[in-house]
Design a protein around this ligand. Structure first.
Ligand SMILES: [Zn+2]
Length: 216
């Protein structure tokens, strides 16, 4: 199954992507991570990415598509993939459709993980993180210990990240909405989109996603 996973920043998409990898037994394709890895590897494609990225320019769609194509040809992606953070524009969605068509495949499902803005604000602004080990807490749900010592490493630098503010969350959410709505419409016209509420316990959300994929 080839699946696209959408969801605003702070919706818990990363956690659910991992669950989908296990459920569908296909790899997660995160273009951001792949581009960084390729750049580090020093390959020909990586050098091209580097030219654009170090100049602060957007990497052209055709180069990203080359990367996705080579990833899809690898054995573990033969039966499908989970696209995370891609496509971000209608042009990219159309190019991905054409590439999958070449491989005799198509996007089978688009899952849109929906969390209301006020809920994301509550999750993100309540987040605290240990600077030593990265362990995260939430002031209401998983508060840092009273004695101020991190449960994982015993460190005492448990802080709020500077961009975990309501203002930053609102801005990212609006950007996400503006960017992804046309892409969702592209897939919705094909009847592929399933909206899933991302509010509730982890198990509840996972169960909803399972139903939305029609697997298991
Ligand atoms: Zn720690």
């Amino acid at each position: 199954m080839d699946l696209v996973l959408f969801g605003p920043p702070g919706a818990g998409k990363g956690t659910q992507a991992k669950f989908l990898v296990d459920l569908l037994e296909v790899p997660q394709i995160s273009t951001g991570d792949m581009m960084r890895a390729e750049r580090k590897s020093g390959s020909e494609l990586g050098k091209k990415f580097d030219e654009y990225m170090s100049a602060g320019k957007l990497v052209p769609d055709n180069l990203v598509l080359d990367l996705i194509k080579s990833r899809l040809m690898r054995g573990d992606a033969k039966n499908g993939a989970i696209f995370d953070g891609y496509p971000r524009t209608v042009a990219q969605a159309e190019a991905l459709d054409a590439l999958l068509d070449e491989l005799g495949r198509e996007i089978d499902r688009v899952v849109s993980l929906e969390v209301p803005l006020h809920e994301i604000i509550e999750r993100v602004t309540g987040r605290r993180v240990c600077l030593d080990c990265g362990q995260t807490y939430h002031v209401r749900y998983t508060p840092p210990p009273q004695n101020g010592e991190c449960v994982s490493c015993g460190g005492t630098k448990i802080v709020q990240r500077s961009d975990d503010t309501e203002e930053v969350v609102r801005k990212r959410y609006e950007e996400y909405k503006a960017k992804t709505e046309p892409v969702l419409a592209h897939y919705d016209a094909k009847g592929l989109v399933r909206s899933v509420s991302g509010v509730g316990s982890l198990e509840e959300i996972t169960q909803r996603i399972k139903e939305a994929t029609g697997v298991g």
